[in-house]
Design a protein around this ligand. Sequence first.
Ligand code: AKG
Ligand code: FE2
Length: 235
Amino acid sequence: MKTVPKTKATKYNSPKRMIELSRRVTDKLNAHPHVQWLESPHAQLFVHQNFLSDADCALLIDMIEADSAPSSVYETMKSEDFRTSYSCNVKIDDPDIQRIEKSIADLMGLDNDHSEVLQGQRYEVGQEFKDHHDFFHESEQYWKNEQPNGGQRSWTAMAYLNEPEEGGATAFPNLDYQVKPRKGMLLIWNNMGLDGRPNLNTLHAGTPVVKGTKYIITKWFRLNRWHGRPVTITV
Ligand SMILES: O=C(O)CCC(=O)C(=O)O
Ligand SMILES: [Fe+2]
């Protein structure tokens, strides 16, 4: 696996604890009858084809749509120009959201309070999320702020809420994988390598939607407890 140059091991990125997490999650997922391992020597990726019910997909889409109304919205990443989709943090105190969040954390054997607030995204035709890593690049300025706020991102879970008519696949260029959106499907991967350090081969993109609309939810887990609260912007 291709990993980043060695940085100092701290409680915010501890490779030892990342390796423990990796074992815990892979054991849990490998034992699950409906989870498939997407075989790759370069990264740990899994898929659950039928994770979310149609009703849950519908209520999540409704929530993403409602959030785009000109009222009070949560917004964190809109400023990143490589991400042209519309994104929102869903209502964290909604009982359905809490149930869905818990079901993802339970499936993976991870603590829900180590994950960031569930994020919803809508991509219209032409919108995309260009090549990026979900882990934090520890040489960047933002890493200082993220350290006490849960530390490094460990695992990602993302679910497709619908199927755009064309385009919108999630591409992993270093792994030669393109995952085509399927309604209710959950895609899970480890952002760390087998050495417990950020794995550059997890580079991925939400490719442009060609026809239709794409809706997803993403959940990023941290090594430690996440204390972040979304910033509220009133439009
Ligand atoms: O839209 C996609 O397929 C990828 C989304 C993604 O990479 C993310 O939310 O971190
Ligand atoms: Fe991502």
